[in-house]
Design a protein around this ligand. Structure first.
Ligand SMILES: Nc1ncnc2c1ncn2[C@@H]1O[C@H](COP(=O)(O)OP(=O)(O)OP(=O)(O)O)[C@@H](O)[C@H]1O
Length: 453
């Protein structure tokens, strides 16, 4: 790629200048705009690889900038900068096609990392080679019963050609599951292409998916290959499928039905060989009932469905994911941090996690960058995540009794051990881990309290 060109949108002029200087030193060319109006003018005039926009702007929001950018240049990567209090907005932005969000105060290392990842993604989606996307992502299965069931289903459907519909809130890992199905399938050497239907502007959705011929509409200055043709015999992942217009749903149904596609404005057909995996975070059945989504298409996509639970309901997997993201960030930023202190573990268990795994990964990455200790303490977490209003209501059965034995004051040790055992289905290694003690200590306590297994 030539020198990447970025647009920074923020009404804080000194922040813009600082960032512009920082990015210049990193080898990027960056323009600035201080409001939505200026940003849309710049987007109309110039071709940017990446747009970095603050959420709160004097005459609009970063979401407006995102939408404008997706309309004018769908491949441009958009990163949103938000205050942590706007985390739900950030989650919404990702649904609408933002690549990532970064929270304030902006940490330059974190921002640079996200920009680099965004540009990498832009490059791979631009190349459209037959190379499969290999980016070394590791897939964590999890230890809960639900996680094991998902893994089992992945392995059952992977070798087949049936269409899979993955249902889950934003950030629960739908794309990760789709990639895993692809990687365990016989198509693994072919490309995996993820298309964010939520980010596709209705005017260009058909052309993005199926391509267009030159001159078929204003702006179609060249022939364009669509995702279905580019992916060949690989896997196409259609995220936020519920957002496709009725017209495009029709085209998609035909493509699945007849296994043939046609470019916008073209006469010739091309074969469709891709496997389709779709995902949604809304109730598609309801969309069908309300007439927003075609019932026939729904059934074609829903040959097999998988539902991913929100992170707040995956208590048994939660600290495992936290440790996984920690190790990842530690390796990436070359730090020495071995774990989370007890208070942080309790905060994690009690927090609502509206952004699910993506939010957790971002919080941990940031904490790793900021941490000066060998354990993660509360001070490096955004305050918003431990304020009372962001905590889930704890009912008796989800008291953090089993997370840290030493801190449990109002329950007897024996009770805590019994609860932990039940929670891990009597797996002693996991029980010890959950209680923050080693196996030997657990054995001693089992003996002490006469707990027979
Ligand atoms: N099984 C997993 N193992 C490791 N990391 C995971 C796993 N699932 C999700 N993640 C992490 O969570 C992030 C979000 O996952 P993913 O993009 O798959 O979610 P999604 O449900 O497709 O989100 P959206 O609907 O917002 O696009 C990933 O970038 C990855 O870091």
């Amino acid at each position: 790629m030539d020198m990447p060109r970025l647009l920074i949108v923020d009404d804080d002029t000194s922040f813009c200048m600082l960032l512009q200087g920082f990015l210049k030193r990193k080898g990027f060319e960056a323009d600035t705009a201080h409001d939505y109006e200026k940003a849309s003018q710049s987007l109309a005039k110039n071709a940017y690889d990446l747009v970095l926009t603050d959420y709160r702007l004097p005459d609009g929001t970063g979401i407006d900038v995102l939408k404008e950018s997706k309309k004018l240049a769908p491949a441009t990567v958009v990163i949103l900068i938000t205050a942590y209090s706007d985390i739900r907005v950030a989650v919404e932005a990702v649904k609408l096609g933002a690549f990532e969000y970064v929270t304030k105060p902006v940490n330059s290392d974190e921002l640079f990392h996200v920009i680099r990842e965004g540009l990498k993604k832009r490059e791979t989606s631009e190349k459209k080679t037959k190379e499969p996307v290999r980016n070394g992502r590791k897939f964590l299965v999890g230890s809960s019963e639900e996680a094991r069931k998902i893994e089992e289903h992945i392995r059952v459907v992977a070798p087949t050609d049936i269409s899979v519909l993955i249902i889950g809130d934003s950030g629960t890992g739908k794309e990760y599951v789709a990639r895993r199905i692809h990687e365990l399938s016989k198509r693994k050497k072919e490309p995996f292409v993820a298309v964010d239907c939520g980010a596709l502007h209705p005017d260009i959705a058909a052309s993005e998916l199926f391509g267009h011929v030159k001159g078929s509409f204003t702006g179609a200055v060249n022939d364009k290959t669509g995702h279905f043709e580019a992916v060949g015999e690989g896997t196409i992942f259609l995220d936020e499928i519920g957002n496709l217009s009725y017209d495009v749903q029709m085209k998609l149904l035909r493509a699945i039905h007849e296994r043939m596609g046609r470019k916008v404005g073209g006469n010739n057909e091309f074969p469709i060989k891709a496997r389709i995996i779709a995902a949604t975070n809304e109730n598609l059945k309801k969309a069908v009932d309300e007439g927003r989504f075609r019932e026939d298409l729904y059934h074609r996509l829903n040959e097999f469905n998988m539902a991913l639970a929100p992170l707040r309901e995956r208590e048994a997997d939660l600290m495992m994911f936290a440790q996984f993201f920690l190790e990842d960030a530690v390796a990436e930023f070359d730090k020495f941090i071995s774990g989370f202190d007890e208070e942080v573990q309790r905060i994690f268990i009690r927090y609502e996690w509206p952004g699910n795994l993506r939010e957790m990964r971002n919080i941990i990455r940031r904490a790793v960058l900021l941490s000066k200790s060998d354990r993660i303490h509360r001070e490096v977490l955004p305050e918003e995540i431990y304020r009372n209003d962001s905590m889930k209501n704890l009912s008796d059965d989800v008291q953090p009794v089993v997370n840290d034995l030493k801190e449990v004051k109002n329950l007897s040790e024996k009770e805590a051990i019994l609860q932990a055992l039940e929670k891990t289905r009597y797996n002693k290694t996991k029980t010890a881990k959950l209680l923050g003690i080693d196996r030997k200590t657990l054995y001693n306590k089992l003996h002490l309290y006469d707990i027979e297994l």
